[in-house]
Design a protein around this ligand. Structure first.
Ligand code: NAD
Ligand code: LMR
Length: 328
């Protein structure tokens, strides 16, 4: 039996993500939580003839506790999105507190759940979640994931313009690092099957993956950021994790994890100089079972991208940790 919970379920990501989870045969129970509109979203989704039993809660009457009790997987898309001209870091002021308080709830009511953080800035909100779990003595690094799947989805999609591959998802492209601008490092040299990208097209392709979020923010013109593609990506990661926890073998996905707590992660942390980093991670019954070190295989151009990534990530991670220990 799998119980999935969405915190921030009434939002632009929360609603389509909840729809996909409700329709998935891998989920037996789905619980929705938000500060607004969960009764309506829950009533609507409850008419879908799929397996998952659905419940929805607002903060009143211990709603967070009721939503989280018995949870196996908790996905967090709660928080404000960007408007044109903003960076993801500009969201920190509001979203850091939202994520901290929701994770306090997880620490109390479902400490063993797998936690999937979507709320931006992911580079900082994942360290925030880890510190909150540590303070409550319930941190299991194998169970905490920053969802960076949208960067992978974008890399698969954008490279298709060059390769002409009919099904974009058939080309596996590792994307490592973090989830903002230059901290996003797509590794086209390690694509499987390999892809031939003309030299003049490579730099613009990398930039497009790194700044794909800006494309959507601009097109939405002040009404938000990626929601539908993020719901697809968040569901894709959640479903893979659930399948892996049920015993399916060979599932490897890039995700932003606390490296020292995952097998194979120490060496990557030493090499990159950061403790939080997205790498392809083998998923299994206990969650993040093994971090794959592919840094030795990357091209010299990609090594340069990695330098910019590391510098950006360091500050983002420290900011998240500091927020929990010395709240403003
Ligand atoms: P949105 O404003 O449409 O929805 C956010 C929802 O969170 C709202 O329904 C709001 O009521 C709810 N919320 C706010 N505070 C809450 C709290 N304390 N408890 C529970 N719910 C709360 O925003 P969105 O477009 O769905 O984006 C959500 C977040 O996801 C943003 O921070 C955005 O930047 C981020 N995001 C991340 C990725 C990624 O790749 N990781 C991709 C897209 C968006
Ligand atoms: C994205 O990559 O689309 C998200 O992180 C949302 C954003 O702010 O760009």
């Amino acid at each position: 039996m799998v119980k999935a919970v969405v915190l921030g379920a009434s939002g632009g990501i929360g609603q389509p993500l909840s729809l996909l989870l409700k329709a998935s045969p891998t989920i037996d129970e789905l619980s929705l939580y938000d500060v607004v509109n969960t009764p309506g979203v829950t009533a609507d989704l409850s008419h879908i003839s799929s397996i998952a039993k659905i419940t929805g809660y607002l903060p009143a009457d211990d709603g967070l506790k009721k939503a989280l009790t018995g949870a196996d997987v908790v996905v967090i898309p709660a928080g404000i999105p960007r408007k044109p001209g903003m960076t993801r870091d500009d969201l920190f002021k509001i979203n850091a507190g939202i994520v901290r308080d929701l994770v306090k709830g997880i620490a109390e009511h479902s400490p063993k759940a797998f936690i999937l953080v979507i709320s931006n800035p992911v580079n900082s909100t994942v360290p925030i979640a880890a510190e909150v779990m540590k303070q409550a003595n319930v941190f299991d690094p194998k169970r905490l994931f920053g969802v960076t799947t949208l960067d992978v989805v974008r890399a698969e999609t954008f490279v298709q313009d060059i390769t002409g591959e009919k099904d974009p998802a058939k080309t596996v492209i590792p994307v490592i690092g973090g989830h903002s601008g230059e901290t996003i490092v797509p590794l086209f040299s390690l694509a499987k099957p390999s892809v031939k990208i003309p030299q003049d097209k490579l730099a613009p392709l990398i930039k497009r993956v790194q700044f794909g979020g800006d494309e959507v923010v601009k097109a939405k013109d002040g009404t938000g950021s990626a929601t539908l593609s993020m719901a697809y990506a968040g569901f894709r990661f959640a479903e893979k994790l659930i399948k892996a926890t049920k015993g399916e073998k060979g599932i490897v996905e890039p995700t932003y994890v606390y490296l020292p707590g995952v097998e194979g992660g120490d060496a990557i942390a030493k090499e990159t100089g950061v403790d939080y980093f997205s790498v392809p991670v083998e998923l299994g019954p206990s969650g993040a079972e093994k971090a794959t070190n592919i840094l030795g295989d990357i091209s010299s151009d990609e090594k340069q991208l990695l330098e910019a990534c590391k510098n950006g990530l360091k500050g983002n991670i420290e900011k998240g940790i500091e927020f929990v220990h010395n709240p403003p």
